[in-house]
Design a binder for this molecule. Structure first.
Ligand SMILES: Nc1ncnc2c1ncn2[C@@H]1O[C@H](COP(=O)(O)OP(=O)(O)OP(=O)(O)O)[C@@H](O)[C@H]1O
Length: 721
């Protein structure tokens, strides 16, 4: 049976000329033929050149509305996600062409809201209309990828870098990424705003240019449907991606950190391009997903099991020409990527079943605790086991809550009554009365504690149940709505197919006309007809030539980009080699190379015990000393002394390169060594509770830690002659 592949859907959106462009007298070089899905771009530098033309699945011109863009691109994907498919919508294009406008838009007026906020309403509206027997767990996460580093935009510490991991069962995931369970569109909006704020604050704090980062807002919808008493779980994941500006960074002539940043940012987009090319090229055996974090994150969306829409944004102005053409070529290639979408049924990482089981367990616990009843003492010292009203069906949690509340009141009254009776018993001595009253009080406390536990259980159950969003509609009604929707979808598909058929028929007719006109009334007529046929064929040849030229130019640009990148990387490698050649002694370099191992999961080189090596030890010693200076309490002080001792005694490999050669810590001058020994011994002495390390001691410790630098301040290659 043949597989049902589905191509990545590619749409183009062109923004209008902005005020500055209008003021500067910029002209529009882009023509959008929305009916035929064609974009034509004129080269402003070569007016005689034949305009370049590209055909796409759909195009949105400068007048397009956010609502239409949503309905025609994102909406079908969201519907699929609710059915359990994975979906990805990503915006690609040069900086300032409207990627964020398309993905996020503005909240005010609501007509300007972009795809992401519209998705929130869509998901919850659809859930509302689902049958009551369906339960949903909706989760979101929001991350940023900058300079090949992943940051969690919803975490407390946005500076923490996260790592990509791979699980053989569940695929690529990000370790420690926060995921929040969401109950309403409003709550989702809050997460989006919170992430946006974090992104802006983080960008300022880390001196980043936010348009150079990629962002990914992910919504996971887990569904559990009860079908004939059996639970059926599906999980749909929706990736909403706003990519960094696609303009080539190599043109910026950046150096140092900026160069590294530019290479990394380029790397993501270049790798994205390479992945697209490899997927489209049937001969390619290897798809370089692992060459960048972005492509690893989007692995399933490109050539995987996801329904994907790429929205390529372009600018209309003459000065945007090169970038616009580049975006259109990129997008044109992506059109040929084939995906194989599948419903995720019962995946191992689904939380909804686990969540429901947990609720069930809590309910059983509550039921048992209610059934257990309470024991109350009667005045005659006999235990009166008072059975409270049982709530057999704790599914009616509100009812259980009311009953517990009512019983609490009744019990209170009963205990008051008992207390009064004890007080009134004349035959009992004072001591006996006190004893009975104490016992009564204890029982009262026990009963209250039990009630509190029950109430806490109820609160936990309620909280968990709130996270599970239920469908609201009667099953029959929901089925009817589902059917209507399915029919509407089929109608759209039918219309699309008919439009394609009409276009094909038109083309065939044209060709047939040419073929069938074999009878000519005159030589002139024959000549005219043949000229027309030649013209049509010439036009077709020109189109094919243009497409070939386009492919050649695209490949040439790709090669040029790769060469630029190769040059940049070579420069970096040469710089590192230069440092190694002149500043690291070969035998230590060899040792380090022998010890180094590549960690595939972390995508980094590592050496065992790295925490105690090189400058890391030194930084830790300084940190430990600072901590010691700040700590008041005796246990903390002892701990930090131990830590310091460990660090100072560890045979670290922090070397000083002197005019005489390399000096290791053990080779320090004897008097300096003594100082270190003394320092270690004093660290072992017990401290009094309130005593803080004297500033003199801290000074001396600092001195010993900095010995290497004080004695051997100049590295070999830097010694002045
Ligand atoms: N279709 C459009 N209609 C009206 N205004 C638009 C449209 N697209 C973009 N704009 C406006 O153009 C400006 C730049 O858009 P936006 O910030 O979305 O670009 P971007 O591609 O996300 O840029 P960057 O890569 O720097 O993040 C914004 O002021 C936005 O409101």
């Amino acid at each position: 049976m043949s597989k049902k592949f589905e191509c990545v859907r590619v749409v183009i959106r062109c923004r209008p000329l902005n005020d500055t462009e209008k003021k500067d007298g910029r002209v529009c070089t882009v023509n959008m033929d929305t009916k035929n899905g064609q974009v034509t771009v004129r080269n402003p530098k070569v007016p005689d050149e034949v305009p370049k033309q590209f055909t796409f699945d759909q195009i949105f011109d400068t007048q397009s509305l956010q609502e239409n863009v949503y309905n025609q691109t994102a909406s079908p994907i969201v519907e699929s996600v609710l059915e359990g498919y994975n979906g990805t919508i990503f915006a690609y294009g040069q900086t300032g062409t409207g990627k964020t406008h398309t993905m996020e838009g503005k909240d005010d007026p609501p007509t300007l809201r972009g795809i992401i906020p519209r998705t929130f309403d869509h998901i919850f509206e659809r859930i509302e209309n689902m049958a009551k027997n369906k339960q949903f767990l909706v989760k979101v996460s929001f991350l940023e990828l900058y300079n090949e580093e992943i940051r969690d935009l919803l975490s407390k510490n946005i500076k923490n870098k996260l790592e990509i991991r791979e699980n053989p069962d569940t695929g690529v995931y990000i370790k420690d990424l926060s995921k929040f369970m969401i109950e309403s569109p409003q709550e989702m909006r809050e997460k989006l705003l919170h992430g946006r704020e974090n992104r802006a604050v983080g960008a300022t704090a880390m001196n980043q240019d936010s348009s150079r980062s990629h962002s990914l807002f992910q919504i996971i919808v887990e569904t559990n449907e009860m079908v004939q008493g059996q639970s059926h779980v599906t999980v749909g994941k929706l990736n909403l991606v706003d990519l960094a500006g696609s303009e080539r960074q190599s043109k910026t002539h950046a150096t140092g950190d900026r160069l590294k940043e530019a290479i990394n940012i380029n790397q993501s987009l270049t790798t994205l391009g390479n992945v697209i090319s490899a997927l489209v090229d049937n001969k390619s055996q290897h798809i370089p997903y692992r060459d960048s974090k972005l492509t690893r994150l989007l692995q399933d969306s490109l050539g995987g099991n996801t329904k994907t829409v790429m929205i390529a944004n372009i600018g209309p102005a003459d000065y945007n020409y090169d970038e616009t053409i580049s975006t259109l070529r990129y997008a044109h290639r992506a059109k040929q990527i084939k995906n194989d979408p599948k419903i995720n049924e019962d995946p191992k990482d689904a939380q909804i079943r686990q969540f429901q089981e947990e609720i069930m367990k809590l309910k059983q616990q509550l039921e048992l605790s209610i059934e257990g009843g309470e024991a109350v003492m009667n005045p005659g010292q006999e235990m009166l086991v008072q059975k409270v009203v049982k709530v057999k069906n704790v599914d009616k949690i509100k009812e259980a809550e009311n009953i517990i509340e009512r019983e609490k009141e009744e019990l209170k009254k009963k205990i008051e009554e008992e207390r009064r009776k004890i007080d009134q018993q004349k035959n009992l001595g004072e001591e006996e009365k006190m004893k009975l009253l104490r016992q009564l009080q204890e029982k009262e406390e026990q009963a209250n504690n039990a009630r509190e536990t029950q109430q806490k259980l109820i609160k936990t159950i309620q909280k968990m149940e709130q996270k599970l969003v239920n469908g609201h509609t009667e099953v029959e009604e929901a089925r009817r709505k589902e059917k209507e929707l399915e029919e509407a979808r089929k109608q759209i598909e039918k219309e699309k197919a008919e439009a394609a058929k009409r276009a094909l028929e038109l083309q065939k007719k044209e060709e047939m006309n040419l073929e069938l006109q074999t009878k000519y009334n005159s030589i002139k007529e024959e000549l005219e007809d043949k000229t027309r046929r030649i013209k049509t064929l010439q036009q077709k040849t020109r189109q094919l030539e243009f497409e070939n030229k386009e492919t050649d130019e695209f490949m040439a640009k790709e090669i040029e980009d790769l060469q630029i990148r190769k040059r940049e990387i070579l420069q970096e490698v040469k710089l590192k080699q230069f440092i190694l050649d002149y500043f690291i002694p070969p035998k230590f370099l060899e040792t380090m190379q022998m010890l180094a191992m590549y960690n595939e999961a972390a995508e980094a080189w590592t050496i065992q015990g790295l925490d105690y090596s090189g400058k890391l030890t030194k930084t830790q010693i300084q940190q430990a000393m600072q901590e010691q200076q700040q700590q008041m309490n005796v246990t903390d002080q002892i701990n930090s002394e131990e830590k310091l001792q460990e660090l100072l005694s560890h045979p670290n490999v922090y070397f000083a390169y002197t005019e005489e050669g390399l000096i290791r810590e053990e080779q320090l001058a004897p008097q300096e060594k003594k100082k270190v020994q003394k320092r270690l011994q004093s660290a072992k002495k017990p401290q009094s509770a309130k005593k803080r390390p004297s500033s003199k001691r801290i000074e001396s410790a600092k001195k010993s830690a900095n010995l290497q630098e004080q004695n051997y301040p100049k590295a070999k290659g830097l010694t002045s002659k």
